[in-house]
Design a protein. Structure first.
Length: 138
């Protein structure tokens, strides 16, 4: 399987930890978002470009599985990857590492929404062309 993937480093803030000193589980969805935004930026199609073309990518489904926690000042790496060419709906996958160890993984499902019509729509053609080029598919 061919995938497009990126790696994003994040230093854990004290504000992200709970009374036990570990990252609160809800923060991992923020880390997924950071990975997703970095993924689009590194792909060459930042989220702001989608918005300029009147598209949004709302999250319509999210899942995470936790194995162990990160603590304040740890540096985690979010591996963000896409396995399929996006259609109206598509899934982005994530693995969160602390050193070499996976501490969480999950996915988000998104829908392309045309802001002018406020309805789900096909992705912009130039976005799909870029994905195909990165996946080396004609």
């Amino acid at each position: 399987m061919i995938v497009i993937e990126t790696f994003t480093e994040i230093r854990i803030l004290y504000a992200h930890t709970d009374k036990m000193g570990v990252v609160n589980n809800v923060r991992y969805f923020e880390y997924f978002e950071a990975g997703r935004n970095d993924f689009l930026r590194k792909l060459g199609y930042p989220y702001t470009e989608l918005e300029k073309k009147n598209y949004g990518l709302p999250v319509i489904e999210a899942f995470s599985k936790f194995y162990s926690g990160a603590k304040y000042d740890d540096i985690i790496t979010v591996n963000t990857f896409l396995e399929n060419i996006p259609t109206v709906r598509f899934r982005i996958n994530y693995k969160v590492f602390l050193s070499e160890k996976i501490i969480a993984e999950g996915y988000t499902v998104h829908s392309f929404v045309n802001f002018q019509k406020m309805k789900a729509s096909k992705p912009p053609e130039d976005f799909i062309k870029l994905i195909r080029e990165k996946l080396l598919i004609k």
